[in-house]
Design a protein around this ligand. Structure first.
Ligand SMILES: [Zn+2]
Length: 1148
């Protein structure tokens, strides 16, 4: 035993055994000497110091007075070594630690064997009966409980996958367990479950497979009587029903689950706590650096605990815990551990990332939410420091509708300030593909839900798991009342390491948000020692700020934080305050508390401009083509209908603006934009559900269109005549287009209002407006006054721009060339396309090309391309007559029969244009990306996301590729390449199999990228619809005539870069409001206008409506400033890529 007096180093910490020696030397007896970890410092008189006591003690050899010690070289140090003492062989003593509490050969002889004090299973203590819900139904408690239950027992199997089984469990605690300190009911059927009380209130979720299998029995169950609970068993695990260890493989429909355990267990809580003690101190021994004394101390403490443990003596556990205190401090059994007053750097927040669908259907998510959030409310009762943040308004809404008592419980925890609704969006959506207006609605619907249900909006946009982040998000966040952004996914980049943890993220328009990416690099941390440690060691912004968030809790079916997580974090904090070295973790605050501190010093943070491109999951721009097509179509439909319904509701006061229907349509579209749905990474079942949701959106849309046009005195028709027909236009600029009014006849629609008049399509006397010639077998030439197109064996070999006197296709190259690639990514099939797929490029050749259409207004060629014995493509290449003043494009409609395996189909357009950057439409703007592979950052963007167009332009000239339903694109050198179809087999074995109809356009243009492309792409996605006056309608022709002029528009002298994108009624107008938030008097129209090209854009909005005032607003329709409005006009003046919202107040 070392004498205290050898404390000659500057800083010495003593083992517990040294304390008594030291204490004896103190002049004033000090109670705090029982505190392990207090230190002696100083080389002169030793200084004893704890947080509560400072004393200076003279060292033995310097102590004053004439004590015998001073007089001579006397020493008790033995002359002879009594025995050999060896050095701890670190690795062996370290590996011994986990044996102390793990399963395996010693589990009946180690700490594990002490945790259960007693077990009661089988009748009469646990009586089980079951009712099997029919098919894949998910009945309510009331329905289930009304059925007759049949007897069952542990060891039985239940299934198949996705079925539901309700258990009635009668519990009777045996006498010998009634006085035990902690009684739990353990249930493990290896699948998810929810415990209900007898009167139908959900209590707690169960995960299965050894995870979250325990439920604490209420005190009232100790009365010796029978008590009933119900368990709703869902036949799926937390990751659905994968067939084996590979979770992304399609679900096994025949999976069954064995009920392994249903028993009442008395727990020795001391033994259980000691388990966590040794686990965490063991981690310190394993993970602290070997050149630190803290590591050696941990090793010593653990080994002394193991040596002290006596399997036959429960009292020894208390002794062991006392030893653990030397490393953890005395407060780890309560939240008091967080009250040391020392400054923390890691802020832990409980979280449960619940994918709204993924390896399970949406229908199961509704139950996962109830299970998970019940758990958290329950845990909060036992752990006062637990704070839990959860996102996705949709999930709250499901809970509100389906589990009102759980929702009420959540609401009370929200009111207590411990359950934190966060995120501000409807779901945790994809941000690559939704349109600008969709992103707006994610925030509008999300924030309105939070405000109306919890009385406040969110400040933090929470999106840990999405596959890339649009460059416009910071602007849209700021316009939705959020200044903060949390994400994490970029740590999955598989090429370049993202360089920052905390930074200011700057949008296209210059708006910024404070962004934090938790350095533990997970949003489902297990609250391990290592997670806390990595919160510092992987922090990349330490120059500016060392604090970080630790987002912990099991995701999906795991139900959020467990009691183990919370216990572990207490010990981590204990270590920081007692021993040091581990970053000091804190629990008890909110995410907003964390960000508030960051915001205060944000001006010192580094900046990141533009998109946060995710260097992985690039296949998600293409996988599940139908779902993506539906998304695009639904966005177009909603935009059109809101405009028309707004016009109708102002024109005809008897017409009711269908707000409720719009809400239900938007909520479905927004839900389908969830980050595993729209990207294509869910199982087949989820896509059958999204198909149904979209079908309903389109059905409702049809009805709204019918009602709105009827309110205008019009009806939709398939064919019409020039005289009684109109074309319905929903775009805010002058349009002049050829429309088919019957199989054989065409007309020209022209104008700028909601209704365009038709006139006869007349060919010029000098000759036909468009011609088709066959030069030889398989070689055709199509020509109008703007373009001359040569098609040879199905590919375009020449595209000559007559107005610019310029060939678009480089000599010898082929445009509209289909190419197919091998598509076997490293692992994530539906998600990823890997860079090496580019090396497997194979062109496909058409087998037959012939004339398809030869009309005065349009000519087409059709070709047939074989992909394989099962797959083929029919391609129609068309050229329409060029109308004066209207730029012309080549249109392609492709019908693909697709039955491939792990192949990727694309179409290429080599162009004679040179630029090191290409442009891609993104939300409310354009993003530029390299066309070369100079650096690994450039190369990482070998596949990128685009919206309606991609463009490669040089000074003076360029080519845009338009599309009606696609999002994947690449421009390598001078080759533009539109991604069409993939064929991954996991997690949906049938993804994209079947027929697809895809349209794209090749649009060469003079000048660089301009409003011509922006408008062309809009027009390409919003074809004109034919209408005619309702026969016998009471509406007068004058009423129809009034729609020839647009009721609201940007005047002709406005910047053409301005786009009037959205026209809708105000959310809270008295005649519109659904009552979720207080209605406001009067009627308003909301306009969304943006600068589409990235320059200052000025213009004038003119309206024929009776407007009394105009205000500029944010996306939530809060009015920010009044705008001068006079003579039916107001001015707009937007910064580059600014998104502006105006509220027009109509006169009563
Ligand atoms: Zn996710």
């Amino acid at each position: 035993m070392p004498d205290w007096a050898i404390a000659k180093t500057d800083h010495l910490r003593l083992l517990a055994s040294d304390w008594s020696t030291f204490a004896g030397k103190l002049r004033t007896p000090c109670k705090c000497l029982t505190v392990p970890g207090a230190s002696i410092t100083g080389s002169g008189p030793s200084r004893h110091e704890t947080s509560s006591c400072i004393q200076v003690v003279a060292r033995a050899d310097t102590m004053g007075g004439q004590t015998p010690e001073q007089m001579g070289p006397r020493s008790d140090y033995p002359l002879r070594a009594p025995k050999p003492v060896g050095q701890m062989i670190s690795k062996i003593y370290r590996d011994r630690i986990s044996q102390f509490y793990s399963g395996g050969q010693y589990e009946h002889q180690n700490l594990r064997a002490m945790i259960k004090e007693g077990v009661a299973s089988g009748e009469p203590h646990v009586q089980l009966s079951v009712w099997h819900a029919p098919g894949q139904s998910r009945p309510t408690f009331e329905e289930a409980a009304s059925h007759k239950f049949e007897k069952t027992s542990v060891g039985n199997w239940f299934g198949p996958a996705w079925t539901t089984h309700w258990f009635r469990v009668v519990l009777k605690v045996p006498k010998n367990l009634r006085d035990k300190r902690l009684l739990e009911f353990h249930w493990d059927a290896n699948n998810e479950g929810l415990i209900w009380d007898e009167s139908g209130h959900p209590l707690q979720g169960l995960t299965g497979g050894g995870e979250r299998i325990e439920w604490v029995l209420p005190q009232s169950f100790r009365d010796g009587q029978e008590h009933i609970i119900y368990i709703e068993m869902a036949c799926n695990g937390m990751f659905g029903n994968p067939p084996g260890g590979d979770i992304i493989q399609p679900p096994d429909p025949n999976k069954h689950f064995r009920l392994d355990r249903a028993e009442i267990v008395a727990i020795d809580d001391d033994a259980r706590q000691l388990w966590i003690d040794t686990w965490i101190i063991g981690d310190a021994a394993r993970e602290f650096p070997q050149d630190s004394w803290e590591q050696h101390k941990a090793l010593d403490v653990c080994n002394r605990i193991i040596d002290t443990f006596d399997i036959n003596n429960r009292e020894s556990i208390k002794e062991c815990r006392k030893i653990a205190e030397e490393y953890l401090g005395p407060h780890v059994n309560s939240p008091r551990v967080y009250n040391s007053g020392k400054e923390p750097v890691v802020f832990a927040i409980g979280h449960c990332h619940i994918d709204s669908c993924w390896l399970w259907p949406f229908a199961e998510t509704k139950r996962k939410v109830a299970r998970s959030w019940s758990n958290q409310c329950d845990l909060m009762e036992r752990y006062p420091e637990l704070n839990f943040a959860c996102s996705q308004a949709q999930q709250y809404k499901w809970l509100k509708e389906l589990y009102p008592t759980v929702f009420a419980r959540v609401k009370s925890k929200v009111a207590e300030g411990r359950f934190h609704p966060i995120g501000g969006s409807w779901v945790e959506h994809d941000t690559n593909m939704p349109s600008g207006e969709s992103l707006v609605r994610q925030f509008l619907y999300g924030q309105r839900f939070y405000e109306s249900n919890f009385g406040r909006r969110c400040q933090t946009f929470w999106l840990p798991d999405t596959f890339g982040y649009s460059s416009q998000l910071p602007q849209l966040c700021r316009l939705s009342g959020m200044t903060r952004f949390l994400t994490q996914k970029l740590s999955w980049n598989n090429i370049n390491r993202f360089p920052h943890t905390t930074f200011n993220w700057v949008a296209l328009d210059g708006s910024q948000v404070v962004c934090h990416m938790p350095p533990a690099e997970t949003y489902t941390a297990e609250a391990h020692f290592g997670d806390v440690k990595r919160s510092m060691s992987q922090h990349k912004s330490l120059d500016q700020d060392a604090t970080s968030l630790l987002v912990f809790g099991k995701g999906d079916g795991g139900g959020g934080p467990t009691w183990q997580h919370i216990e572990k974090l207490r010990r981590c904090r204990g270590i920081s305050d007692t021993v040091g070295l581990l970053p000091r973790v804190h629990m008890g605050g909110s995410v907003d508390d964390f960000f508030e501190k960051l915001e205060r010093k944000a001006d010192s943070f580094v900046t990141w401009y533009g998109e946060l491109y995710f260097e992985l999951h690039r296949g998600t721009y293409t996988t599940q083509a139908k779902n993506k097509r539906d998304n695009r179509r639904a966005e177009v439909v909603l935009r059109d209908l809101e405009l028309l319904a707004t016009i109708a509701s102002i024109k005809d006061k008897t017409y009711k603006y269908p707000k409720k229907e719009f809400d239900s349509m938007w909520e479905k579209v927004l839900l389908c934009q969830f980050h595993d749905c729209l990207p294509g990474s869910s199982i087949e079942m989820a896509y059958r559900e999204s198909d149904e949701m979209y079908a309903e959106v389109f059905r409702t849309g049809e009805k709204i269109l019918k009602d709105a046009t009827a309110a205008m005195g019009l009806t939709q028709v398939k064919t019409t005549t020039v005289d009684d027909g109109f074309a319905l236009n929903t775009l805010p600029w002058h349009r002049k287009e050829v429309v088919d009014i019957s199989e054989t006849k065409a007309a020209v629609a022209c104008g700028s209002g909601p209704l365009l008049k038709l006139r006869h399509f007349k060919t010029n006397e000098a000759g036909p407006a468009v011609t088709l010639r066959q030069l030889s077998k398989g070689l055709f030439v199509m020509e109008n006054s703007h373009l001359k197109v040569e098609v040879e064996h199905g590919v375009i070999t020449s595209l000559y721009d007559k107005l610019a006197d310029r060939e678009v296709i480089p000599k010898g190259q082929k445009s509209n060339q289909y190419v197919i690639f091998d598509d076997k990514p490293l692992y994530w099939q539906a998600w990823d396309v890997e860079v090496y797929h580019l090396d497997t490029r194979k062109p496909l050749h058409a087998t037959e090309t012939k004339v398809h259409e030869e009309k005065p207004h349009r000519v087409s060629i059709v070709s047939h391309t074989k992909i394989s014995d099962k797959s083929h493509i029919e391609t129609v290449i068309s050229l329409s007559a060029a109308l004066s003043g209207q730029p012309s494009h080549v249109e392609v409609t492709s019908t693909v029969e697709w039955h491939e395996t792990m192949k990727f189909l694309k179409v290429e357009f080599p162009v004679d244009v040179r630029n090191t950057e290409a442009s891609y439409e993104t939300q409310f703007g354009v993003v530029r990306r390299p066309t070369h592979y100079n650096t690994s950052w450039d190369m990482a963007k070998f596949e990128v996301c685009c919206h309606r167009f991609a463009d490669l332009s040089e000074h003076g000239y360029g080519v845009s590729i338009l599309n009606d339903s696609k999002y994947g694109f690449a421009t390598a050198g001078n080759v533009m390449r539109l991604s069409l179809l993939r064929s991954p087999k996991a997690p949906d074995a049938h993804a994209d199999m079947g027929s697809h109809r895809i349209r794209w356009g090749i649009f060469p243009h003079q000048g660089a990228l301009s409003h011509l492309t922006v408008r062309k792409a809009f027009e390409f996605n919003n074809p004109l619809k034919l209408l005619s006056a309702v026969p016998g309608s009471t509406k007068t022709l004058a009423a129809i005539e009034s729609l020839i002029k647009p009721p609201v528009y940007l005047t002709a002298d406005s910047s053409p870069a301005l786009v009037l994108d959205t026209v809708k009624r105000g959310e809270d107008d008295a005649d519109v409001s659904t009552g979720d938030l207080p209605a406001r008097e009067g009627r308003t129209v909301v306009l969304r206008i943006y600068d589409s090209l990235g320059g200052r854009a000025r213009g004038t909005v003119e309206t024929t409506w009776d407007v009394r005032a105009v205000a500029k607003a944010n996306l939530l329709e809060d009015e920010l400033e009044e705008v001068v409005f006079a003579e039916g006009k107001f001015k707009v003046d937007l910064k580059p890529f600014e998104v502006a919202t105006y509220v027009l107040h109509l006169a009563a």
